[in-house]
Design a binder for this molecule. Sequence first.
Ligand code: PLP
Length: 406
Amino acid sequence: MTTTTSTSALEEIQSRESRHVLQTYRRAPLAFVRGSGVRLYDSEGREYLDLLSGIGVASLGHAHEGLARAIAEQAQTLVHTSNLFFHPLQGQVGERLASLSGLSRVFVCNSGTEAVEACLKFARRYWYTRGEPRAEFIALEESFHGRTMGALSVTSDEHYRTPFEPLLPRVRFVPNNDPAALLAAVSKDTAAIIAEPVQGEGGVRPLTQAFADAITAACATSGALLIADEVQSGLGRTGQPFYFKTLGLNPHLVSVGKALGGGVPVGAALIGDEVASTISYGDHGSTYGGNLLACRAALCFLGELTDGGVLENVQRVGRFFGERLRAIAARHSLVKEVRGVGLIWGLDLSRDASPVVPAGLAHGVVVNRTAETVVRLLPPLIITEADAAAALDRLDAALADVGKQS
Ligand SMILES: Cc1ncc(COP(=O)(O)O)c(C=O)c1O
C-alpha cells in the first residue's frame, strides 16, 4: 500500500521562504492568512485572539472597515506622486499631528527607524545652523530606536549593535531611570537626549516622573534638545495621544510610527518651531514618504483615534486590562512584576519568557517575548473588555502550562 503525504499550506510557505527569503527572522511556525477585529486566522483555519497587533501596528484591529474603504478608495484614485509635487493629504496629516502633539511641523516617512533617523539629523542640523556644532547624543540603557545606522547607534542592545560597528561615534548610554547619571552625563557637547517615554522592546518600562524631571533639568542646563521616541508608546497606546505629555516633558522632536498607518507603513518626525526654523530645502527627503496612500491611512487612523472613540476605549479597556492582568499574574509565581499603562503591558518573569509564546499560540492567543524575560502585550487599540477578558484567560492557561515546565 502506498501512502501520500500532502504538504500543508504552512509547509509550502515555509519551504519557499527557506529558499528565497533572507533568514533574519526566527518566525513562529504558523502563517496568518486573514483577520477581523482582534481575531487572526491561520492557514489551517484556527482562530487566535491578537494581543500583539503586529507589534503595535494594527491599531484599529484587522480588516477594519473604515480603513479598508479608505485604502481601497485611495488606491483607485491616486497612490503616489512623490514629494516633487503637492497633494491634498500630507498637510492634513501634519495639521492633525500638530494639534495632538503641540509640535508644529511634520516630516512624513515610512517607518519608525526613519522617523528616529530624521530626528537625529534634525538635531544635528539645529546645532550646525546655530554655528556651534554638537555631535553627542545621550541615550538610555535598554533603549530600542530601530535598525538603521543612526537609530541603531542610539539603541543599547549589544547583540543588535556589535556586528555593525563602527556606529555613530559620540553616543553615551546612561542607566534608565537614574536621574543622577543623566545629569552627570549631559554637557554642552550634547546635541540631544533621546528617550522612549515607555521603553517598549526594553521590556515595557515607563520612565519615572523623577527621571522625566531630570531630563527637563538636563536639557535646561546644557541646552541639549530632547527627542521623545513615541514610535511604540505614542498615538493612543497609553490612553493618551503621547506619553511625553503625561510625564510633563517638552520634546523638541518626536518620532512616531507603528499605529499611525494601522498597518500601512508610515512614520513621522514631529518638529517644534525652534528646530524647524533651522531646516532648509533639501536637508532631508524620502521618495515614498507621505504619499497619498500612506497619508490616507494615517488620516483614517487619526480620525478614529480622536473622533471615533479609540482614545477613550484605550483608557477604559486599559484600566480593565491592567486589573485583570495583575489578578492573573498574582496566580503565577513565575511572574515577578507587571508593568504598563493603557494597552502596553509587560509581564516580567523570573525566567526566559520564550516558552510563553508557543504556549499562548497553543491556547489561541498571540503574545510576544521581549528583553528575554518579558511577555509583552500590545493589543489592537479597539479591543473590547469581553475580548480582552477572553484573551487574558488564554494567557492565564498558557502561563499555567509554562509554570508546570519550570
Ligand atoms: C520606540 C521604537 N522606536 C523605533 C522603532 C523602529 O521602528 P520600525 O521597526 O518601524 O523601524 C521601534 C520598533 O519597535 C520602537 O519600538
